[in-house]
Design a protein around this ligand. Structure first.
Ligand SMILES: [Zn+2]
Length: 143
């Protein structure tokens, strides 16, 4: 699990790579709660770092339980200078793109975004002015 968005509030649904056909599928958490969750099994065992959920793919019809490997499973992700930039869905990717493209208004964009809690965690690697054009091109290739 990479450092940056490594925080305990990964809410679904998430766009992931389908384990069946490599097209875009949707992952939902088992409990409707952000991941990871603490699970208490019937035997009383506590599983503190649980990433279980369900994947559903409209391309191939795959529907099954799935243990999320994030951000490795992410559909919207790109590598840049050794770090992985990811988005949980197309809407969040659009917000990230807007943030990277912005100059002085970045703080205002972060504050106003429904994805603020993720945007504030984007590492400086992705916010360097010198890398802006390269990153925007990479993001555009994802969509
Ligand atoms: Zn599929």
């Amino acid at each position: 699990m990479s450092s940056i968005y490594d925080h305990p509030l990964l809410g679904g649904p998430l766009a992931i790579v389908c384990p069946g056909c490599d097209e875009q599928a949707v992952f939902s958490t088992s409990h409707g709660k952000p991941l990871p969750v603490r699970l208490c099994t019937a035997t009383g065992e506590v599983l503190p770092d649980n990433w279980d959920g369900h994947v559903r793919c409209s391309a191939c019809g795959h529907a099954a339980r799935h243990v999320l490997d994030w951000p490795s499973d992410a559909w919207f992700k790109l590598d840049h200078r050794g770090e992985t930039l990811w988005a949980k869905d197309a809407e969040m990717l659009a917000e990230i793109r807007r943030l990277i493209a912005a100059g002085a208004e970045r703080q205002a964009i972060k504050k106003a975004s429904t994805h603020a809690r993720y945007l504030v965690r984007i590492p400086s690697t992705f916010l360097k002015a010198t890398d802006r054009e390269t990153l925007l091109r990479k993001i555009d290739r994802l969509t």
